[in-house]
Ligand binder design. Sequence first.
Ligand SMILES: Cc1cc2nc3c(=O)[nH]c(=O)nc-3n(C[C@H](O)[C@H](O)[C@H](O)COP(=O)(O)O)c2cc1C
Length: 329
Amino acid sequence: MLRKISVAPMMDCTDRHDRFFLRLISKNVMLYTEMVATKAAIHGDRDKILSFSLEEKPLALQVGGSDKKELSEVAKIAEDMGYDEININLGCPSKKVQQNMFGACLMKEPDLVSDCIDSMVNSCNIPVTAKTRIGFDDTEDFDYLNNFIFKMKMAGCNTFILHARKAMLKGLSPKQNLNIPKLNYEMVYNIKKKNPDLEIIINGGITNTEEIKKHLKLCDGVMIGRAIYQNPYFLVDVEKEIFGTKKTPTRESIAEKLIEYLEKEVKLGTKVNHVMRHTVGLYHGQAGSKKWKRYLSDNMMARDSDFQKSKHIMTIAQNNEKANQKIHD
Ligand SMILES: Cc1cc2nc3c(=O)[nH]c(=O)nc-3n(C[C@H](O)[C@H](O)[C@H](O)COP(=O)(O)O)c2cc1C
């Protein structure tokens, strides 16, 4: 199943370089772009904002907007560009996003949202999916959420990613909104129970494969954000334990492929730090983690970092690999 495990859309994190890096680690997870506003997708530099490499697939474009004409245009663009899914953001609580009328504030507008979904579904042949919260402000109510989902279902959406905590639209920053409202997984399980025909993906605070396995008994899929960004090699556990993959890459082989990618990208004008900043957590919890982080921050994270320095990084990767092998022997 395509969305059994997915990596969450994360602004400033899941750009095309990060997705390429994650794909070196896992072939089976579904990947999502950062949220792209409809106006940026339509009027902006499309090559810069929306292009991706085929290696990243399966890949969903996440869009933010509430103008049905614009959303249907972006759905068509996504399909034409080869994305596998278009996902509407109904969960972001930031003030700026609210001012533009997208994200979690749209949970207050079920009819508008279902109109938007209807026009997206009618303009493309890829799946239209929704990522939302379980509630907002004082509203954390099963019937409200179920009705919201029902309206979207009637408009043609069959896949829902539910971040299992409500959004506080006033009084909390976006960062606080990722931690303070309490997780309520039961609400998500109950939505799945009530709607067995829908694909329900659970998200929020999931950090290891034991938790993933529990959720998969009660939902169709699990989406993980921060735990993967901070520790991307967690995806190897996911590959082994959830997908049964026998042959998984070593950190050293990932670093090697990444340097090849970096060399190509630098020739095309990409800055070294734009790629390497996503790899800080590659040795998370391992021998050599500090060395890796220090080398990256001293040599490869500055704006004008030089590709030549990346050659040395392979020595660190090889030494780390040996050190970790010794620990496990
Ligand atoms: C840095 C960052 C950026 C995020 N950007 C987006 C975004 O663009 N679109 C979105 O739907 N959610 C966004 N989120 C929320 C995540 O997709 C996810 O729902 C949230 O982090 C909870 O999952 P987790 O506990 O596994 O991290 C972001 C979260 C973080 C930490």
